[in-house]
Write a protein that binds this ligand. Structure first.
Ligand code: HEM
Length: 141
């Protein structure tokens, strides 16, 4: 996935306007609810998958950290995601799940920005999460 300069500008702008942890926690709740098999590896959450639950909050913070890195390196996300990709393979996360979380994020952005979530912003955000999913999958073998 190649992110253009214009898309990069949109992505940086959207990311700067978000309450990142709140939005990420909501995206996690959404992915866990809509695609319940994504909860499989989160035994430590003891069945609590709402945005406000402590397991989800703690995980949201980690995901935000990784997304911050991606936003800072939009033209080479893979490079910064080597370790994280290895880790996800080791844990046994199916790469399809990365795309599902991306879809959940897009819905959260639409809810937040409403009419402001133009097709152009949607396209840029879609490519961002596609690139993130690519980075997280890059070391799978
Ligand atoms: C752990 C990022 C998507 C499952 C982590 C960690 C980060 C992270 C930063 C902590 C790594 C560490 O402790 O060294 C991301 C990002 C994602 C993503 C940026 C996409 C935007 C997913 C998805 C799943 C998943 C979709 C599964 C449905 C896990 C699991 C752990 C983990 C099971 C270990 C949790 C634990 O026991 O602490 N992820 N992740 N990740 N991730 Fe992801």
């Amino acid at each position: 996935v190649k992110i253009t300069d214009k898309e990069a500008a949109y992505i940086t702008d959207i990311w700067s306007k978000l309450d990142k942890k709140v939005t990420t926690a909501h995206a996690l709740e959404r992915v866990f609810t809509v695609y319940p098999w994504t909860t499989r590896l989160f035994k430590s959450f003891n069945g609590h998958f709402k945005a406000g639950d402590s397991g989800v909050q703690g995980h949201a913070e980690k995901v935000v950290g990784a997304l911050d890195t991606a936003v800072l390196h939009l033209h080479d996300i893979d490079a910064g995601y080597k370790k994280l990709s290895e880790k996800h393979q080791l844990i046994g996360v199916d790469t399809q799940n990365f795309k599902l979380l991306g879809q959940a994020f897009l819905v959260e952005l639409a809810i937040l920005f409403k009419e402001g979530f133009t097709p152009e912003l949607h396209e840029a955000a879609y490519k961002f999460f596609l690139a993130v999913a690519g980075g997280l999958s890059s070391q799978y073998h």
